[in-house]
Write a protein that binds this ligand. Structure first.
Ligand SMILES: *Cc1c(COP(=O)(O)O)cnc(C)c1O
Length: 398
C-alpha cells in the first residue's frame, strides 16, 4: 500500500479577518503612503514600528520594503561600502550575499556545521578580514549566541542579524535579533508573518536608526516616526545621507499588525508540526536529524535533515520517489540551484575558497517547507513517506 500526500508545500494560510478589515480601512481612506497622515492620525506603518519595537524590547524599529532592503540598509548604516569585506554564512539564501554585493562590498563566507549553524572556529579564523558579520539564522537554526558574541567581540566584529527565519525565536531568554547591533526581518509571504513583501529593522543605537531612517527615504518627515530617533539625531546627517527609497506602506503595515499580535500562537503551531515530522523520522537508517540545543527556542517554518555522504544518484532517487508520492523535498546539494536552493559556490559573482567540511554538509541538506495549511496528520503522513523512501533507497546502496 503506497499512500500519497496531496497537500501544497507553498500554500500559506489566508490572512486573518482582522488583517483584511484593517486593509479595507486603509484602502477606503486612500492614505497608503506612510507619511500621509490626517490630523491626529498615527499611520499604520508608524504603529507597526511601535508594535514590533515593543515586542522585541528594542528602542527603535524601521519598517521597510523587504528583508533584503533591511539588510542592505543595515550595512550602509554601519558605513560598509565599496571594497569592504563582510563575513557571512556559507549556508544562507541569495538575498544575503546580494545585500552585501549591493553596497559594493564583498562577502567572505564562513563554514557551516552538521548542526546547520555557522562554524565558530572558522569565524574566529576569518574575523580579522572584516569589521562586520552578517549572521544568517538560516532555516531558523540558531548558533550558541553567547559563544558567537564572544568570538565577534574578541575579533572586533559588529553583528547584523538576518532573522528572516527567526522572528519570534530566542536563544536562552533573548530574542533573536537582539544580540547584534541591528536585527533584520522579512515579512515576505514565506516567512512568519505575511505581507507579500516587506521588512523590519530594529536597533538600540540612535545614530544608526537616524541614518537608516534617512536612507529609507524619510525626506524631512522623520519626526512622524513613533519608534524612531529623536530629531536632534538627524541634525548632522539630514543633508549628508542619500535617499535610497525603500519605505513600507500603510496597506502592508495594516495587514501585518494583527499577525504580529498572533505570532506566538502561530509559532507554537509551526513547532507542533516540526516536532511531529522530526519524531516521525527518528531511527531512519542513513538519515541524520538536526540537533536542537535546549537553549534554542526556535520557530520552525521548514524542516531539514541530512543524507550525509550519500552518492548523488541515491539522493536524486530519494527526491524523485518522494515527489512521486506528493512530498516536495528540496536538495541543497543539486549541482545547479533550483527554486530557492543555493550554495555559496552558486554565487559566481563572489570569489570563494572551497570549504570541504562545509561542502560535505551542504551536499547533504534536504529541506522542506511546513506551511500552517498542513494538518498534524499531514505531517505524520509526510514523515512516513520520507521514512519509507529513504529506507528503501538506503537498502539499495549499503
Ligand atoms: C527571505 C530571506 C531574506 C530576505 O527577505 P526578502 O524579504 O525576500 O528580501 C533574507 N535572508 C534569508 C535567509 C531569507 O530567507
Amino acid at each position: 500500500m503506497t499512500t500519497v500526500f496531496t497537500g501544497n508545500f507553498t500554500q500559506q494560510e489566508p490572512l486573518p479577518q482582522a488583517s483584511i478589515d484593517a486593509a479595507m480601512a486603509v484602502l477606503s481612506h486612500g492614505r497608503l503612503h506612510r507619511y500621509n497622515e490626517s490630523a491626529g492620525e498615527i499611520a499604520e506603518t508608524a504603529g507597526l514600528e511601535v508594535d514590533f519595537a515593543q515586542a522585541m524590547g528594542a528602542k527603535y524599529c524601521l519598517a521597510v520594503a523587504s528583508g533584503g532592503y533591511a539588510l542592505a540598509t543595515a550595512l550602509r548604516a554601519l558605513g560598509v561600502g565599496p571594497g569592504d569585506k563582510v563575513l557571512t554564512n556559507a549556508f544562507t539564501l541569495a538575498p544575503v550575499p546580494g545585500a552585501i554585493a549591493s553596497v559594493g562590498a564583498t562577502p567572505v563566507f564562513v563554514g557551516v556545521t552538521e548542526d546547520l549553524v555557522i562554524d565558530l572556529d572558522d569565524l574566529a579564523a576569518k574575523a580579522d578580514q572584516a569589521d562586520v558579520l552578517m549572521l544568517s539564522h538560516m532555516r531558523g537554526h540558531i548558533v550558541d549566541m553567547d559563544a558567537l558574541m564572544g568570538v565577534a567581540d574578541a575579533g572586533g566584529l559588529r553583528v547584523i542579524e538576518d532573522c528572516a527565519h527567526t522572528m519570534g525565536a530566542k536563544w536562552k531568554e533573548t530574542w533573536s535579533g537582539r544580540f547584534g547591533v541591528i536585527g533584520c526581518y522579512s515579512t515576505q509571504t514565506y516567512k512568519h508573518v505575511n505581507s507579500g513583501e516587506g521588512g523590519l529593522f530594529i536597533t538600540d543605537d540612535e545614530a544608526i536608526m537616524a541614518k537608516a531612517t534617512m536612507l529609507s527615504g524619510s525626506y524631512m518627515l522623520y519626526e512622524k516616526h513613533r519608534a524612531g530617533a529623536d530629531a536632534e539625531a538627524f541634525e548632522d546627517i539630514r543633508l549628508m545621507t542619500p535617499n535610497i527609497s525603500g519605505r513600507m506602506d500603510n496597506l502592508r503595515a495594516a495587514i501585518l499588525r494583527p499577525q504580529l499580535a498572533d505570532l506566538k500562537r502561530q509559532c507554537d503551531r509551526w513547532n507542533e508540526r516540526y516536532k511531529i515530522l522530526d519524531s516521525g523520522l527518528e531511527n531512519t537508517p542513513g538519515l541524520t536529524l538536526i540537533d536542537r540545543p535546549i537553549d534554542e527556542h526556535f520557530v520552525a517554518s521548514s524542516h531539514q535533515f541530512l543524507l550525509l555522504d550519500w552518492p548523488d544518484s541515491a539522493i536524486e532517487d530519494v527526491v524523485k520517489r518522494c515527489l512521486a508520492r506528493g512530498v516536495e523535498i528540496k536538495w541543497f546539494g543539486a549541482p545547479n540551484p533550483v527554486g530557492f536552493t543555493s550554495r555559496y559556490g552558486s554565487w559566481k559573482y563572489v570569489e570563494s575558497t572551497p570549504m570541504p567540511a562545509s561542502d560535505r554538509v551542504l551536499r547533504s541538506i534536504m529541506d522542506m517547507r511546513l506551511p500552517l495549511t498542513f494538518s498534524l496528520d499531514d505531517c505524520r503522513l509526510i514523515a512516513e513517506i520520507i521514512k519509507q523512501e529513504v529506507s528503501s533507497v538506503w537498502q539499495s546502496i549499503v
